[in-house]
Design a protein around this ligand. Sequence first.
Ligand SMILES: *[C@@H]1O[C@H](CO)[C@@H](O)[C@H](O)[C@H]1NC(C)=O
Ligand SMILES: *[C@@H]1O[C@H](CO)[C@@H](O)[C@H](O)[C@H]1NC(C)=O
Ligand SMILES: *[C@@H]1O[C@H](CO)[C@@H](O)[C@H](O)[C@H]1NC(C)=O
Ligand SMILES: *[C@@H]1O[C@H](CO)[C@@H](O)[C@H](O)[C@H]1NC(C)=O
Ligand SMILES: *[C@@H]1O[C@H](CO)[C@@H](O)[C@H](O)[C@H]1NC(C)=O
Length: 206
Amino acid sequence: MVRFEAWLLKGLLGLMWALPIWMSSLTPQFCTSLETLKDQLNLTLRRRYLKHNFPINYTIEVRYEEVFRLNNISKLMNDSADVRDLQDLWVRITETDIKRILEVLPERHPTRRKYLANLDSLFAIVQQSYQSQNSDERDYPESIENIWVRLGDRDYQGWKSVRPKSLLDTCYRTMHCLFKECFLRNGSQYDYCNIQHWRQAKGTQG
Ligand SMILES: *[C@@H]1O[C@H](CO)[C@@H](O)[C@H](O)[C@H]1NC(C)=O
Ligand SMILES: *[C@@H]1O[C@H](CO)[C@@H](O)[C@H](O)[C@H]1NC(C)=O
Ligand SMILES: *[C@@H]1O[C@H](CO)[C@@H](O)[C@H](O)[C@H]1NC(C)=O
Ligand SMILES: *[C@@H]1O[C@H](CO)[C@@H](O)[C@H](O)[C@H]1NC(C)=O
Ligand SMILES: *[C@@H]1O[C@H](CO)[C@@H](O)[C@H](O)[C@H]1NC(C)=O
């Protein structure tokens, strides 16, 4: 009997190993908060508030690491990062990106009042929900650890100019890729991590 139980346990553990890497433990509450954020990040709103409301070709200065694209995900996955590492990174970088745009906006700018202030609050809810389920201390692989260090570096050199919309366009895409469990509906199997998906969807989802 004991042996059988041990065998069963081993089998179960083996099974857990075999679960696909994407099956993390995002809670329904988290997904709901992310869904709300997603709706506010739709292309219509991004265009209106992050492009049309700014001077043409307006850019802001960010750290290189504050630009987090689909390419970065595949590169880091290949460099021993797992999904959870990248989710942590996404949460941190998105927070910074929203703040970067807020920093350049005067108090009364319509993008701040009608859009970003609200987006910032919605993101705070996402962040809280994320942290309440992922509060364990983790060791990151070196590739990720280096990024954390550079994100916090006070003497950072060599900033990059980016358009505000482009910053949140990339957040939007990487969000779909890294939290795809929250966005898969009716058995839809979009490959959100594939840049090709977004090229095809251009104009409707961006
Ligand atoms: C984006 O959201 C706004 C406000 O909820 C809505 O009016 C608009 O139709 C949405 N656009 C798309 C492309 O879904
Ligand atoms: C904006 O940038 C594009 C290419 O990046 C350039 O072709 C265009 O002339 C610029 N427009 C203005 C008003 O600077
Ligand atoms: C993403 O890739 C670009 C270009 O290689 C790099 O400059 C940037 O630091 C990377 N961002 C992250 C978060 O790894
Ligand atoms: C993946 O990693 C290997 C070695 O770590 C490297 O040779 C290869 O070029 C990498 N591929 C990509 C797409 O980054
Ligand atoms: C997907 O599910 C939603 C409800 O969750 C439903 O309203 C919608 O019609 C479904 N779409 C398709 C293509 O089945």
